[in-house]
Design a protein around this ligand. Structure first.
Ligand SMILES: NC(=O)CC[C@H](N)C(=O)O
Length: 493
């Protein structure tokens, strides 16, 4: 295969497993010797990453790039929408903040946006990669929006990609949603669909055979060549899911002393909760997202995550009683951590003189540290490698540790160190800090010692852990999907 080829994964809706399907196919094609890249023209998510050039991109695309053994680059996701209030989103184009708009205005720009997506594809993807695996968004059957679409059939059309449709059987209605999606499309789009996959199945897939036969016949009767490509079982892979907390929810607390319990405070504009994915590799850690003050208190560690709107999220925490409750818990010696927006909350005050996040001018923080934060127009987006200098608090022995990660923020705080720590509270602007295995393992060891749990000597490599999970995903796909047919679709046979 010499010429550039592409294939697109679309879903019958959100959360059908498109992101992982793309990641798995990326790994398979890469394993088979093709230089492969993911591509998602437009994504809406508050979990973002910063690439080697300091450009912002979606985390979903990052895991797919990693699965393809490629360095994640913003050109793989040229448009990123980050909702910052109920109606508006910050629009990131080619990795940089372009403007903030409401949905209507956004759609009215669709011509320019299509050009941006296509240029990124032509200039970076087509010329450098053997295969591109494209990801759609939501459902292609949003027929009211077809003319503006640049992520599903609109994109497939621009780069002439064959499409595989994925349906989620776990939520029910999978055959209706596959058939309905296909039939609601206009003829030209419908013809792009070359196959379908049933995802998240629990049980004996032989039971589905009669339905698959009926669907086959129906497609044939319509003159369509849409092949059944396989049923994927529900899999418990520990790969980060960009928009979903569902996998976290399964690992609930245990009062049992053998576990370290972590509460992540869930806010409305929580961002970068992928920061906590790294905890999944520790079998003795249980992590949950907490919304109600009453659910706080029996954990070992409380974490405040990033936020796309720190001030309104903080105001909301005050209204929900979480603010007071956490202050109490701090007095009782609870370990408290703040990341980025969370860091800003733990300081004394936050100012937004230019109203970049909301119309609230200033607000009081937790006052656990005496720094203050002011929002400015310049958004810092960069990968960082920092050596820690700490003189006090639970992390005082962590001086000289090297940590890698990335920063994405508009707020500037009045202190200057990569991690700040006092007593049992620490905060940092560095996203991905827990991906630093030595840092994380030694931090968890502090808690293990306090709880008389066995310390873990072994330092896992988070990269090795992720690699294994990507391999498992590829194996699962190879086992359950008709890869021969998928290659034929790719080759346009
Ligand atoms: N990633 C974040 O948590 C960002 C925090 C805050 N909204 C800022 O821009 O400074």
């Amino acid at each position: 295969m010499k010429k550039h080829k592409n294939i697109m994964i679309q879903g019958t809706g959100s959360s059908v497993g498109k992101t992982l399907m793309v990641a798995g196919l990326c790994r398979i094609f890469a394993q088979d010797g093709y230089r492969t890249t993911p591509f998602k023209s437009q994504n809406m998510a508050l979990n973002s990453f910063v690439d080697i050039e300091g450009l912002e991109m979606s985390r979903g695309t990052v895991i797919q790039a990693e699965a393809a053994y490629e360095i994640p680059r913003a050109f793989m996701n040229p448009i990123l929408l980050k909702p910052n209030s109920d109606n508006n989103s910050q629009v990131i184009i080619n990795g940089k903040v372009a403007y903030t708009v409401d949905a209507k205005t956004y759609f009215s720009n669709s011509k320019d946006l299509k050009k941006i997506a296509l240029d990124s594809y032509k200039n970076n993807i087509e010329v450098n990669f053997d295969i591109a695996v494209l990801e759609g968004g939501g459902s292609p059957a949003e027929i009211n929006l077809r003319e503006y679409d640049l992520v599903n059939m609109g994109m497939a059309e621009l780069v002439d990609a064959p499409v595989i449709l994925v349906g989620n059987i776990d939520i029910g209605g999978v055959f209706a949603s596959i058939y309905g999606t296909v039939m609601l499309l206009d003829e030209q789009d419908r013809k792009r669909i070359k196959g379908y996959i049933i995802n998240k199945f629990r049980g004996d897939s032989d039971l589905l055979k009669p339905a698959i036969e009926i669907l086959d016949k129906k497609f044939k009767d319509e003159g369509l060549d849409i092949k059944f490509l396989g049923v994927l079982p529900y899999a418990d892979l520990r790969i980060e899911e960009e928009d979903s907390l569902s996998d976290e929810d399964k690992r609930v607390y245990s009062d049992n002393k053998e576990y370290i319990n972590i509460s992540v405070i869930k806010t409305k504009k929580m961002s970068n909760f992928t920061d906590f994915h790294a905890f999944k590799q520790y079998d003795d850690v249980r992590l949950k997202y907490v919304y109600d003050a009453k659910d706080l208190g029996n954990e070992d560690i409380i974490i405040f995550p990033g936020s796309k709107n720190t001030i309104t999220d903080l105001e909301d925490l005050k209204e929900r009683g979480i603010f007071e409750k956490v202050k109490e818990l701090k007095e009782k010696g609870k370990i408290i951590v703040g990341i980025c927006g969370g860091l800003q909350m733990l300081g004394k005050k936050i100012y937004d003189p230019k109203h970049l996040e909301s119309n609230i001018l200033e607000t009081e923080g937790f006052n656990f540290f005496d720094y203050e934060t002011t929002f400015d127009e310049i958004k810092k987006t960069e990968q960082v490698t920092k050596r820690l200098e700490l003189t006090e608090g639970i992390l005082k022995d962590f001086t000289n540790y090297e940590v890698k990660g990335y920063e994405i923020h508009q707020g500037i705080s009045t202190f200057d160190s990569p991690v700040i720590c006092k007593n049992r509270v620490f905060a940092t602007y560095i996203h991905g800090i827990f991906d630093n295995s030595k840092f994380t393992n030694d931090f968890l060891n502090i808690v293990r010692r306090e709880k008389n749990m066995p310390e873990q000597k072994e330092i896992f490599s988070f990269n090795e852990f992720k690699e294994k999970e990507y391999d498992k995903l590829a194996e699962l796909l190879r086992k359950n999907l008709d890869m021969k047919k998928i290659y034929e679709i790719l080759e346009r046979k």
